[in-house]
Design a binder for this molecule. Structure first.
Ligand SMILES: [Fe+2]
Length: 322
């Protein structure tokens, strides 16, 4: 019987990466669709078009995945976490938009922050999907479709995938602390998941099919760490024009464009100059807390509904935390 979690996280906030050259990273992320929110001597804050003051935090140093932040509902939630074993005291966030945080370290050594009260900023665009004339729903009458070329319009940081030493242990750790729910399990054998897709529990409000994907590090060369980071873009044209733009800048493609099976997103993956995988996606499944978890045997067939096969290089840990 599952016990009540300490709190129920509501969404993802940002990841933290570390790379040796912030200028090169800023140039890559600009091609990917982000703009500088703030640059300090040893840390870079990048944002998308949405209301979050930043959606990616990059520190200067040896290449590494440092961790990520989940947003919570209230100051009281931060206090509840901070009162729990393994969490730091609540402190002010020294970053654009301020706010408050506590943090802990998960079973594989990743920093996990919980944040609240980060002040939103004005969106840089209206974040609307383009009107389409398809099926029985013609949304664009008397107006021409003209897609401006350029980087994707990034709406928000949506999810990440971790390669973990112990899938069930990791899911239990996050579920007990942050209330994550299981959306789909990919099983090596019954009761032995090789990957679990987990979402936020917002009660009757829908949430992304997954905020965190816990994948067995066995499938990633045995090294725990980052599998990939993922940002939601505004629509399918953004996935395509974003791809064209990254190609025009000679960036390194990884996998795409396709539509996932579990989560259903239309996806496209690119590598930063140090190999960390950054994903664009749109049109993912939305589930409320009542949706039961699905069980799927590993090797259930193609893992995409359409699109190219997954490359062998995909999801292997690039920069384990040192
Ligand atoms: Fe993803």
């Amino acid at each position: 019987m599952a016990t009540e979690p300490i709190i129920k996280a509501q969404d993802m906030a940002y990841p933290r990466l570390q790379v040796p050259d912030l200028d090169q990273m800023e140039a890559f992320l600009a091609d990917f669709g982000m703009v500088r929110a703030e640059r300090r001597s040893n840390v870079l804050f990048m944002r998308g078009d949405g209301p979050a003051p930043y959606t990616h935090v990059i520190h200067q140093g040896e290449p590494a995945f440092l961790g990520f932040a989940l947003s919570v509902s209230s100051q009281a939630d931060l206090d509840s976490l901070a009162a729990s074993p393994g969490f730091a005291p609540v402190e002010a966030i020294d970053a654009p938009g301020g706010g408050w945080k506590t943090s802990s370290v998960d079973l594989d050594g990743n920093l996990v922050e919980a944040v609240f009260g980060i002040a939103p900023v004005d969106p840089l665009s209206d974040l609307s999907a383009r009107a389409l004339n398809m099926g029985n729903d013609f949304q664009r009458i008397g107006a021409l479709q003209r897609i401006k070329s350029g980087p994707s319009r990034i709406k928000r940081f949506g999810h990440l995938a971790l390669n973990v030493t112990d899938v069930l242990g990791a899911v239990a750790w996050y579920s007990q602390r942050f209330g994550l729910l299981q959306s789909d399990r990919v099983n090596i054998a019954p009761g032995q998941p090789g990957a679990i897709f987990a979402r936020c529990d917002r009660g009757s409000e829908p949430a992304d099919h997954h905020s965190v994907l816990f994948a067995s590090a066995m499938g990633a060369g045995g090294i725990a760490g980052l599998n990939h980071l993922s940002w939601e873009v505004c629509d399918i044209d953004d996935v395509h024009v974003g791809r064209e733009f990254l190609r025009s800048k000679d960036r390194t493609p990884e996998w795409g464009i396709g539509r996932h099976l579990l989560g259903s997103q239309v996806f496209d993956y690119w590598r930063d100059p140090w190999g960390h995988i950054h994903e664009h996606w749109t049109d993912g499944d939305q589930l409320d807390a009542s949706a039961p978890a699905g069980d799927h045997p590993i090797g259930l067939g193609r893992i995409s509904q359409w699109g190219p096969d997954m490359p062998q290089t995909f999801g292997r840990t690039i920069a384990p935390q040192s």
